[in-house]
Write a protein that binds this ligand. Structure first.
Ligand SMILES: Cc1cc2nc3c(=O)[nH]c(=O)nc-3n(C[C@H](O)[C@H](O)[C@H](O)COP(=O)(O)O)c2cc1C
Length: 189
């Protein structure tokens, strides 16, 4: 089982990174082969809506997302981890997610070639916000849940935690355990 962790925070070693590492540790413990992508270390343009992918299924923008598209298709499970920036996901995560456009045709159906590779792929989400009310991250959850549904993926669960200063989440044993369990579930189902 290949588990792909995708970090949407530019703060490496920060709260969402710590929780993603927990999830990947859980996946590894369950026998998964894990890989982490730090989006802020990649060159990823936003979608240009050029429409070329509607015919070809391939994105026309020559940047690091092309390699990430391949990794998404090859993975058995995807775990995204992202902080809340201004009541939404970070720019890095949004640019990445908009590029999922390449998987779809003009009618927002998955391209035929991708359907068997996306169907049933597991997907989980971790959010971190400074607000003590973790539902501040609900718009991000909404975005990922709908993306997962339209892509034929199998939703695992979401871990929503609160922390502000870099590394503060380390004190939150409950959130770390939930993230670890999410990672384990990404392998065991
Ligand atoms: C540009 C920016 C915008 C933010 N906007 C919000 C927000 O709207 N709501 C919130 O609860 N926290 C907000 N935060 C706080 C972060 O979500 C919080 O510090 C989080 O722990 C950062 O996660 P990280 O360590 O993984 O980067 C914002 C932080 C930054 C830098």
């Amino acid at each position: 089982m290949k588990i792909l962790g995708i970090l949407g925070s530019p703060r490496v070693g920060g709260n969402s990174d710590i929780l993603l590492d927990q999830a990947l540790a859980g996946a590894k413990k369950a026998g998964g082969e894990v890989e982490k992508i730090v989006l802020s270390q990649k060159k990823i343009s936003g979608c240009l809506d050029c429409g070329k992918c509607n015919e070809t299924g391939a994105c026309a923008i020559q940047d690091d997302m092309l390699e990430i598209h391949k990794k998404i298709l090859e993975a058995d499970a995807l775990i995204h981890s992202v902080p809340v920036y201004f009541w939404a996901m970070t720019a890095q995560m949004k640019a990445y997610l908009d590029r999922w456009c390449a998987f779809f045709d003009a009618a927002w159906r998955l391209h035929k070639a991708y359907r068997p590779r996306m169907k049933g792929k597991r997907i989980g989400l971790i959010t971190v916000c400074g607000d003590p009310n973790v539902s501040t991250a609900d718009p991000i959850v909404h975005s990922f849940r709908n993306t997962s549904q339209v892509s034929g993926l199998r939703w695992l669960s979401v871990v929503q935690a609160s922390a502000s200063a870099k590394g503060e989440i380390n004190k939150n044993e409950e959130a770390k355990k939930k993230a670890f369990d999410l990672g384990r579930k990404s392998v065991t189902g």
